[in-house]
Ligand binder design. Structure first.
Ligand SMILES: *[C@@H]1O[C@H](CO)[C@@H](O)[C@H](O)[C@H]1NC(C)=O
Ligand SMILES: *[C@@H]1O[C@H](CO)[C@@H](O)[C@H](O)[C@H]1NC(C)=O
Length: 677
């Protein structure tokens, strides 16, 4: 990704013009033993030395405010932009003046992820030893890394900005605002930086997940996350012999998508998880071969648990191979999965159909008492769902029924992760396309689906590839990947991991025929203390503090009949510097999630129009988990977001009403614990 000035938006240029005024008179201040020109506010490389290469030079110091994807979020005016001197592929190293290490050190980093070739390093002068390093996260927006340097306190050290990457994509690293000692830990105005950075990631060795995961301040505590590496789609969801199984698309080596494995966890309540060994690994793949085990589903047959999944073959590495076919892996103990000798069980798409053919989801079809599977497909212009039927009720013998449903093209041409099941007196189809999860509800006669209603599975920015399953008590449950391809702000990559799964949701048919979600009852077991209750109370334009926690469940009941305000706003993950805003407009019944000033996450606004509650009582059930949130409205609307607050103090919860009063019937804040304890 090269930044070129023509990609600067008009807004970016305006910000640039406005910011030119303030910094010209700024001179670098330096206390003894501090690095010179630590934030580049001299506007040049004064105090820094080009060690080798041509990646860095005078042109590296820039005052650009924004790039193609938004603001850089540099400190003050100037910073080092790794592409500004000699482009993306140039290599080189830049070195600070020497200084004495204090107790802590922090800085801003952005740019490419490549731990070996792109990093900010702390180097000891005496022996040239690289003490700590931190790479970028494939984002141009800066995040702050905090290092504990007590171990080397008093020793002479320097910082290197190192680039030995010749890559034309994310082959650069950006740097700004080196801070030492107490200055390194906070903004100087009472706010403490989140201690982010791979060096802060606790080693896994012998630590139970519970305490290990608690130590990472960004990590959700009751949303499933990988310890290190990347996850996306939940897969293989099933309750079998009493235990819920959650598999995830997984790449263990880096916090990025790569050749797909299946991670595996199990639970007795779909709330508390226990990590199991990786269930599936890709065929031994050479470098540049992205072949892997894509998304699939579970099927219980006989005494075995079977996974029915897409085997994805990277045709760049295997020319002429079928790109996507269906395979089965089976287990007797629910831990050790073995690939079937009968693979592939579906050798590829139907004759003449495009190669895109993925994510088999098995379901039991009561219309003819058979096992069937839906598979995401396309006709080139519209999304499609292909339907197959098991000829012997096992996962090995599928015959093609036909195209079960073709979209109208408005929800894109490639459909992934289809799920299909009866709910109430309707059938529900949901699928992902272009980073959005859609549902359609309607009728089905055993071979063809007719849609009556369409909507979003989740109205927030952080949800994709939801998977449904029916538990042993007959409930329709679902878990969604709480991330999304188009909203690619993943600061946890600096801690070595990326991706989290939603809490387990129960699906139901809404009064308007749409698909609704609510949290499962077992989530009550996460409570780590008594609920704090408030209300009834009237709230006007003076904000009322409700709580101070970022790991909690917040429930509100608002009496709309007794509310005169035109809108009310809940502020979550709130400090003086940032907050996540949830606003309900009583006239339009619109719920708006605003993450414009929430933290390192995706900035934006997302809206949903809620159904008017029959009893005129609006209920909101909100799950806050350190960096992420899920909002459930009483009508079944759900909004998920990842916000990644910058400051440890961003934990406040408050409510305010505008142009009138808000009648809060009841408010409760319940502290929640960990899924791993
Ligand atoms: C896993 O199952 C296969 C097939 O039953 C068996 O050969 C293998 O030894 C098992 N591995 C472990 C670790 O139990
Ligand atoms: C289902 O409906 C389709 C479309 O109307 C029709 O072609 C098909 O024969 C029907 N199948 C059954 C089993 O009734």
């Amino acid at each position: 990704m090269t930044i070129s000035s023509h990609k600067l938006t008009k807004l970016g240029l305006a910000i640039l013009a406005a910011s030119t005024a303030f910094a010209d008179s700024e001179q670098p201040k330096r206390r003894p033993d501090e690095p010179l020109n630590a934030g580049f506010e001299a506007g040049n490389l004064q105090g820094w030395q080009v060690v080798h290469g041509n990646a860095f030079g005078d042109r590296s110091v820039t005052d650009l405010a924004s790039y193609w994807g938004g603001p850089f979020h540099q400190d003050k005016k100037y910073f080092i932009l790794g592409t500004a001197q000699a482009g993306e592929s140039a290599v080189g190293e830049l070195k600070s003046s020497s200084f004495r290490a204090g107790s802590a050190l922090s800085f801003l980093v952005s740019g490419g992820y490549d731990p070996d070739n792109l990093y900010i390093g702390l180097v000891r002068d005496r022996d040239g030893r690289l003490l700590l390093k931190q790479t970028g996260i494939n984002d141009e927006a800066f995040i702050r890394i905090v290092w504990d340097t007590k171990e080397w306190s008093g020793q002479k050290v320097h910082i290197v900005v190192h680039d030995s990457s010749t890559s034309e994509s994310w082959g650069h690293i950006n740097f700004d605002d080196l801070r030492l000692g107490d200055d390194a830990l906070g903004n100087g105005h009472g706010l403490t930086f989140q201690p982010i950075g791979q060096a802060n990631q606790p080693p896994r060795h012998k630590q139970p997940a519970c305490s290990l995961y608690a130590k990472d301040p960004l990590r959700p505590q009751y949303h499933y996350t990988p310890y290190q590496g990347w996850i996306n789609d939940p897969a293989g969801l099933v309750q079998w012999k009493g235990r819920h199984h959650l598999f995830s698309q997984f790449y263990p080596t880096a916090p990025f998508w790569g050749p797909m494995h299946w991670s595996h966890a199990e639970s007795s309540d779909a709330v508390h998880w226990r990590e199991l060994p990786v269930a599936l690994t890709p065929k031994a793949a050479g470098p540049g071969d992205d072949s892997g085990r894509f998304t699939g589903s579970a099927m219980v047959h006989g005494d075995e648990l079977h996974l029915v999944l897409t085997d994805y073959v990277d045709t760049r590495a295997h020319p002429g191979a079928v790109q996507e076919n269906v395979i089965v892996a089976s287990s007797r103990d629910g831990v050790n999965f073995t690939l079937s000798s009968r693979n592939p069980v579906i050798p590829g798409p139907p004759v003449g159909a495009p190669a895109f053919f993925r994510d088999p989801k098995v379901f039991h079809d009561p219309t003819d008492n058979s096992w069937k599977v839906v598979i995401g497909a396309t006709n080139g212009a519209q999304g499609q769902v292909q339907l197959y039927r098991s000829e012997s009720s096992d996962p090995f013998s599928w015959s093609h029924v036909g195209v079960m449903y073709t979209g109208d093209g408005s929800t894109d041409a490639l459909w992934e992760c289809p799920n299909f099941f009866p709910l109430g007196d309707k059938w529900v189809l949901f699928y992902g396309s272009k980073g959005v999860g859609w549902y359609e509800t309607g009728n089905y006669n055993g071979s063809v689906f007719l849609s009556e209603k369409r909507g979003l599975v989740d109205a927030g920015p952080a949800s994709y590839a939801m998977q449904w399953y029916k538990d042993e008590s007959g409930r329709n449950l679902a878990i969604s990947w709480m991330a999304n391809w188009p909203t690619s702000k993943w600061p946890s990559r600096a801690n070595g991991w990326a991706g989290q799964q939603s809490i387990t949701r129960e699906l139901f048919l809404r009064a308007d025929g749409g698909l609704g979600s609510r949290p499962i009852a077992e989530l009550d077991r996460l409570a780590s203390g008594p609920a704090k209750r408030l209300g009834p109370l009237q709230v006007s334009d003076k904000a009322v503090t409700i709580g101070d926690t970022n790991t909690a469940r917040l429930k509100l009941t608002i009496d709309l009949g007794a509310t005169s305000a035109s809108s009310l706003t809940l502020s979550l993950f709130q400090s003086r510097a940032e907050s996540t805003l949830l606003t309900y407009n009583t006239g339009s019944q619109t719920l708006t999630l605003d993450t414009t000033n929430a933290g390192y996450g995706q900035a934006g606004k997302w809206e949903a129009v809620l159904a008017k509650p029959a009893d005129n009582k609006l209920t909101l059930d909100i799950f806050l988990d350190r960096s992420v949130l899920e909002v459930f409205a009483g009508d079944g609307t759900v909004m998920s977001a990842t916000v990644w607050p910058r400051y440890r103090e961003s934990r406040g919860i408050s409510v305010v009403g505008y142009q009138g009063t808000v009648a809060l019937r009841a408010v409760s804040v319940t502290p929640l614990g960990s899924s791993w304890c």
